[in-house]
Design a protein around this ligand. Structure first.
Ligand code: ZN
Length: 134
């Protein structure tokens, strides 16, 4: 897409701190600089998010997420990884091009990555009744 920030990065119109690239995917450092190694993995083909991506493209994306995660933990001194993916504006998706965040973790880094939420409004039974895939 012409006005998509990530498509411009993929086309090389905007520079990035490239970690890995293959035929289908690109991984680069998030410029937020909030934690060391915060990396984004995205497909080169434009999809908004996981709700519209085809399965084959998603497979390539998650394979690259695994490759980068294994590299960070095997070769770069990290002990673990958080993987985060936001879909649609209500879920805090900021750039409308599918991307998966990798947050490398070290023992005792004390980052609070997993959200502390206010509590479910319905019982587990009510949620199960509404959400179960039959
Ligand atoms: Zn795009």
């Amino acid at each position: 897409m012409d006005n998509c920030l990530f498509c411009k990065i993929i086309k090389g119109e905007i520079p990035c701190y490239k970690i890995y690239e293959d035929e289908y995917t690109l991984a680069f450092l998030d410029i937020a600089k909030d934690v060391d190694g915060h990396t984004l993995v995205l497909p080169k083909k434009h999809f908004k998010n996981i709700l519209d991506v085809d399965d084959e493209t998603l497979k390539h994306v998650i394979e690259t997420v695994k490759l980068v995660s294994k590299h960070y933990t095997s070769n770069c001194g990290f002990n673990g990884i958080n993987i985060i993916n936001n879909n649609e504006e209500c879920a805090e998706q900021s750039i409308p091009h599918l991307h998966i965040h990798i947050l490398p973790r070290k023992d005792n880094d004390n980052y609070k990555v997993f959200p502390s939420l206010s509590g479910a409004k319905h019982s587990l039974e009510e949620n199960l009744e509404k959400l179960r895939i039959n």
